[in-house]
Design a protein around this ligand. Sequence first.
Ligand SMILES: NC(=O)c1ccc[n+]([C@@H]2O[C@H](COP(=O)([O-])OP(=O)(O)OC[C@H]3O[C@@H](n4cnc5c(N)ncnc54)[C@H](O)[C@@H]3O)[C@@H](O)[C@H]2O)c1
Length: 199
Amino acid sequence: MDVSRRPSVEAGFAAAIRDYGPLDILIANAGVSSMNRAVDLSDDEWDTNFDVNARGVFLTNQAAARHFLGAGRKGVIVNTASLAAKVGAPLLAHYSASKFAVLGWTQALARELAPDGIRVNAVCPGFVRTEMQRREVEWEANLRGMREDEVLQDYISQTPLGRLENPEDIAGLVTFLCSDAARFMTGQGINVTGGVYMG
Ligand SMILES: NC(=O)c1ccc[n+]([C@@H]2O[C@H](COP(=O)([O-])OP(=O)(O)OC[C@H]3O[C@@H](n4cnc5c(N)ncnc54)[C@H](O)[C@@H]3O)[C@@H](O)[C@H]2O)c1
């Protein structure tokens, strides 16, 4: 589905429920980024980041919440926010703003759904080795007049645990949040950054 479009999200949820039965877990992980100085940002860059990162979380979370409530299920939602949802990230002002929105939404939804036993949390990864990072390193190298290996070294030097993050470093936390071991946790935005951000 295209998470930024309501008809696509509604059709996607209907197809998933038809094919697999009632849902128990939503992981809202889709996201986009671009890099630019705040003074040079275009409306299109702003809108694209908010359409996927913020509206995508709104639409998918709402579809899941309606399903959980309608089916009387104590579902779990995990949203992917970011380190950039905790501290404003240079060259990513629009992305940061869209990810701060994810945390605000997560907290409010968690409060609304808690009486029905539905938990809503977020994870905040740091510098993760994915296609998104590959694109960002190229953009950042151009914008900061650095080599790509220098940008990567800069990420590592900001990381107390001393390496780039792997997707697997986040998967365990997501699994935990979906499990009964996290039954008394809701409305959290949990950092998994190798210590880049502590707080
Ligand atoms: N890579 C990082 O350093 C990093 C750090 C913090 C947070 N994040 C977040 O982690 C999540 C995953 O990012 P990633 O690094 O794997 O990026 P990625 O670009 O490698 O993967 C993003 C995925 O989102 C999908 N997607 C994009 N727009 C979509 C849309 N409109 N509808 C449905 N799917 C769509 C893409 O097809 C792709 O599969 C994102 O929310 C991202 O913001 C990434």
